[in-house]
Design a protein around this ligand. Sequence first.
Ligand SMILES: Nc1ncnc2c1ncn2[C@@H]1O[C@H](COP(=O)(O)OP(=O)(O)OP(=O)(O)O)[C@@H](O)[C@H]1O
Ligand SMILES: [Mg+2]
Length: 457
Amino acid sequence: MDNQAYPLPSSLFPLANALSNGIALHRDGQVLFANKAFSQLTGYAPDDLAKLDFWALFPPEVQAEARQRERLGPDDEPVPARYEALVQTRQGEARWVELSLSQQAVQGIATTLCILVDITDRKRAEEALRRVHTDLEAQVENRTAELQQAKASLEDDIARREGAELELLKRYAELTELNCLLHETQQQLVQSEKLASIGQLAAGVAHEINNPIGYVSSNIRSLQDYITRLFQVLDVYQATEAALPDAARARIDKIKHEADFDYLRDDIHELIRESAEGTERVRKIVQDLRDFSRSDTAQQWQAADLHMGLDSTLNIASNEIKYRADVVREYGAIPLVECLPSQLNQVFMNLFVNAAQSIPDGRRGTLSVRTGHAGEQVWIEVEDDGCGIPSETLDRIFDPFFTTKPVGKGTGLGLSLSYGIIQKHHGKITASSTPGSGTLFRITLPVHQPAEPGTPE
Ligand SMILES: Nc1ncnc2c1ncn2[C@@H]1O[C@H](COP(=O)(O)OP(=O)(O)OP(=O)(O)O)[C@@H](O)[C@H]1O
Ligand SMILES: [Mg+2]
C-alpha cells in the first residue's frame, strides 16, 4: 500500500505526512491508509502495514473494546475513544502510545480513524516519578519504622532507668537504715567497752579499798564500844571525886579544865558517829563499784513481777521523793520477767532518786512511772518534769563518774551501773530530755532471756 491508496484524496497526503502524530485508517482491521509518523512509530513500512491485521499491533483489551465500538451502526452517535496502550514495534521495542479511535465515513466508506501519539517519554517520566515516589514512600516507611524502633528502645531505656532509679532509692533507704543501725551499734560498743575497762579498774579499786575500810569501820565500832566503857569507868571516878581531899580535887578540876573535858565528852560521840557515817558512805561506794564490776555472785535469775519491784523501790526511795514530787503510776498488764530482781531494783532506785533530785527547789514536780508490753518485750518508763539534761551532756550521762551533782551528793555511778545491769539483761536503756521541761528514761527488757542466759558473774 502507498499513501496514494484508496480512500483518502491524494491532495491530503502531504498534509497527513507532515503531522507528527501517527494517523491510520482501517476497515475491519485492514489498514487503508497510514501516514509517515504512524510508520515510524510502529516500525512497519506502509506496505507491511497493509498486510497486517491492524489490531495485532495492540493489546487484546484495547482490541476488544475498539471492536465493540466499530459495531455501532452508521446512524449511531460516533463515540470517540481514547486509550493508553503499549504497542510492540516491528523491531520488538515496546512503546507507549495514546490511541484515539473514531468512526469516520470517508468518501462514503465506513472506516476507523486511528490517531497515535507517542507518549513513551511521558510514561517513562511518570514511571520514574512513580518509582521516586515509591522509593520515597518506602524511605518514609523505613524512617518511620526506624523512628518507632528508636522510640520503643528509648521508652525501654526510660523504663529501665526509672527501674534503676527506684532500685537506687530503695538501696539508698536500706543503706541509710543500715547506717543508723551501725551508728547505734557502734555507740553501744563504745559504751560497753568503756564499761568493761572501767569495770576492771573499779574491781581493782574496790578490792583495794574494801580491806582497809573493813577494818576502819570495825575499829570505829570497837572504838565506840571502848569509849562508852571508858566513860562508864570515868563516871564511877567522878562519883567518888567529892570524897577526895581538896588538893587532889583541885588538881583533877585543873586538868579537866585544861583538857576541855566536858566538850570532849560531848564531841567524841559526834566524831565517832560522823566517822562511822563516812565509812558507811565509802562502804556504799565500794559496794556500787563491786556491782558495777559485776562481782556480785549472790543473784539468781527468776521470773519476777516488775510492778512489785517498782513499788517496793518507790517505798524505799520515798524519803527522797515525797518532799519533791507526786508519783503517778500508769502500769500496763505485763508478764513476769526473767531477771535479777534486786539488780533491776537498783536501776529503778537510781532513776527515781535522779528524777526527784532533778526537780528544782521551790516547786513540786511529778514523777511518772509507766509500764507496758509489746511482743516479747516489756518496757518501763520513768519520767520527771525536772530541770532536764542539756543536749551536750545527754551523751555522757551513762559514763562512769559523770555527775553534775555536788561532791558528796552523787558519785556519777548510778546510770553507768544501771546501763551495765540492763545490758546484762539483754535489754536497752535510753534517755531523752528537753532542758527545762523534764527527762524520760525508757527501759526495754526481754520477757525471757536468750537460750543460755549468762550466769551472773
Ligand atoms: N532525771 C534526770 N534529770 C536531770 N538530770 C539527770 C537525770 N538523771 C541523770 N541526770 C544527770 O546525769 C548525771 C549522771 O547520773 P547518775 O545517776 O549516773 O549519777 P548521779 O546521780 O550524779 O550520782 P549517783 O547516782 O552515783 O548518786 C547526773 O549527775 C545528772 O546530771
Ligand atoms: Mg544517780
